[in-house]
Design a protein around this ligand. Sequence first.
Ligand SMILES: Nc1nc2c(c(=O)[nH]1)N[C@H]1C(S)=C(S)[C@@H](COP(=O)(O)OP(=O)(O)OC[C@H]3O[C@@H](n4cnc5c(=O)[nH]c(N)nc54)[C@H](O)[C@@H]3O)O[C@H]1N2
Ligand SMILES: Nc1nc2c(c(=O)[nH]1)N[C@H]1C(S)=C(S)[C@@H](COP(=O)(O)OP(=O)(O)OC[C@H]3O[C@@H](n4cnc5c(=O)[nH]c(N)nc54)[C@H](O)[C@@H]3O)O[C@H]1N2
Ligand code: SF4
Ligand SMILES: [Mo]
Length: 693
Amino acid sequence: MTSTIRSSVCPHDCPSTCALEVEVIDGTRIGAVRGAAANSYTDGVICAKVARYADRIHHADRLMHPLLRTGPKGSGQFRRIGWDEALDMIAARFTALAAEHGPATIWPYYYAGTMGLVQRDGINRLRHVMKYSGQHNTICTATCEAGWMAGVGRYTGPDPREMAEADLIVVWGGNPVNTQVNVMTHIAKARKGRGAKLVVIDPYRTGTAQQADLHLAPRPGTDGALACAVMHIAFRDGHADRDYMAKYTDCPEALEAHLATKTPEWAATITGLTVTEIEAFARLYCTTERAYIRTGYGFTRMRNGAANLHAVTCLPTVTGKWVHKGGGALWNNRAIYHWDKTLIEGLDAVDPSVRVIDQSRIGAALTGDRTELGDGPPIHALLIQNTNPVAVAPDSNKVIRGFKREDLFTVVHEQFMTETAKFADIVLPATMFMEHDDLYQAGGHSHIQIGPKLIEPPGECRSNHEVLQGLALRLGAEHPAFAMTSMEIVDATLRASGWPGAEEVVARRWIDAQPDFAASHFLDGFGHADGKFHFAPDWSRIGPRHHGMPKLPDHMEVIDESGTERPFRLVAAPARQFLNTSFTEVAAGRKREGRPSVLIHPADAGRLGIIEGGRVRLGNARGDILVHAKLFEGLQPGVVIIESIWPHADFEGGIGINALTSDDPAPPLGGAVFHDTAVWVRSAAAELQDAAE
Ligand SMILES: Nc1nc2c(c(=O)[nH]1)N[C@H]1C(S)=C(S)[C@@H](COP(=O)(O)OP(=O)(O)OC[C@H]3O[C@@H](n4cnc5c(=O)[nH]c(N)nc54)[C@H](O)[C@@H]3O)O[C@H]1N2
Ligand SMILES: Nc1nc2c(c(=O)[nH]1)N[C@H]1C(S)=C(S)[C@@H](COP(=O)(O)OP(=O)(O)OC[C@H]3O[C@@H](n4cnc5c(=O)[nH]c(N)nc54)[C@H](O)[C@@H]3O)O[C@H]1N2
Ligand code: SF4
Ligand SMILES: [Mo]
């Protein structure tokens, strides 16, 4: 047996984008996977899921051959077919449907199952060249994008490695212990080296919150109120940096006047926190120069999520923290890479008159909702890569109704027989990252990396790029990139974007693209044309659904609350051992997660007759689901948490978490509101008793 260590990159949908060292055994199999110690962000640490990647890449259930449906939609009954037969059938069907209904009847649907730029985004090239329907990507980042852009105006921020040099780190609305473990490495350095404090703001006591010096557990969707109260205290107690604001902001006087009534008492009523907690956090934040706010994605998955993120970014601005090393705030570093993606996405072929559909509203689009379809044709065909919408998109019952349509032709290119693949007419087997070449940027740090092909794919698996090439040939889609290899596209994209070519990036292992201190800390000005941070954003320039958005940071009263009928606020948080639905196929992780469960406060449980481990039904107008109770004191009464995304099939009722979540688009740019759900909660045992009586 020979074993070599090769460099790679984690492709999963996670801001950490870890630099990996992979053991390749006999040139054909993967052994141990470790974090690269020499990478200054990864720092030798990766999550448990990817450390045991051999279990995923060599999984017995991997799809190996193209399949054609033989049973009813969703039955999972298929027979094996050849690649040529599969691609010929898809092309013939797409061509016929486009001729009958127009090309917009075909919707290439994708997301970030791989974050590699070529394999993830290449589907847009086929879309644009063929004038198929467009996709507005809203399932993850749209609310964050809007909220960050509103104030800051550019998707960059202070180097995340500076967290190690901060005296206070505030993890706001994220759970990095589960979702991007490397954040914890840099926080640990600050605590060890400088005695830094950690504050976590999250509706429940997560693994991250357990490590905090101070954990604030607000009611979901109330962060705007908390941020306003902290700013009120900053003005009240002389911690507002007036010189900084005069130079760097749009309207500090208007903000101060507006905040006069946003007292800690006001915020306590909205957030459910005590005035003492709010004052304690404000004092700590205001009196620490090097205070680094790491904003998660979680707290923006709300109807008021964009407004809340904007309010949080106002904090370091009022207090002038941006100028200090280890100070400021970061959501995502995506703008530092200045990619030219013409080749990857076929941007030279974009026709702006083509209809664009909201990704998160796939249920609405497939069931004929005109707000999504406009005056265009119904969707008659889907080509799906890197995503599992039947499980992950909101309002699952509606989504499933759409996928069941007999007049819908669905192609799913996948690594496993996911719940979406089960609804396909044709399933195509996909490679994993160590079986193809790709280029990666990091959202949560600053490195450009290449993940080269390390082993041959199993069976007949093909990469996304190869599938697109095969379809382009048959559909007559012409673009230079369809004639290039993945690595040629990587190389050309790097060069067109002002970076060294592929060979050099591979040799250097990564390129650190973090801008200098002045740019990262906005010392040269913020991203807007006037160079200022905007306390009073022009929301109408950010997205079309701007009506009712607050002029200045505030609590926006649009969250899902229904009082007595649906008295609980549900947060549908991510589980540690799964990544969305990826890794739900790996036995070790499933075992550690246990089973779908709801965290509920003992006071609520007692009142409802719910016992530890007992069956609990949660529901609203969209559906209801069955889970088991875990009594938990680390949240407010009236709040419940379900960590997922377990497959539907793992829930006793056969339908999972997203049966409860809404596909309402969040203002102003759209965006799924996964953590903004009002539900009723019942003991299933009590239901049975009621039925018997
Ligand atoms: N293990 C694991 N890792 C993952 C993922 C996964 O599913 N599992 N998903 C990946 C993806 S796609 C993404 S986008 C990232 C997301 O990672 P994060 O940025 O961590 O975002 P979320 O996972 O949505 O939610 C994080 C936390 O937000 C909290 N939260 C919810 N509502 C509120 C609120 O109103 N206020 C506050 N303050 N907090 C709130 C939740 O309780 C939860 O603990 O993680 C990635 N990494
Ligand atoms: N309840 C609830 N729902 C949520 C969330 C939540 O917090 N709570 N989070 C939301 C968020 S932030 C996101 S980003 C979405 C994500 O949801 P998805 O985009 O569905 O993410 P994954 O479940 O990781 O699914 C990715 C799929 O892509 C496949 N895949 C991976 N690499 C490749 C490849 O190279 N080629 C092909 N063809 N396939 C590949 C994997 O096998 C996997 O099945 O879920 C959202 N849904
Ligand atoms: S922490 Fe995120 S990027 Fe790092 S190995 Fe795990 S999933 Fe991949
Ligand atoms: Mo995401």
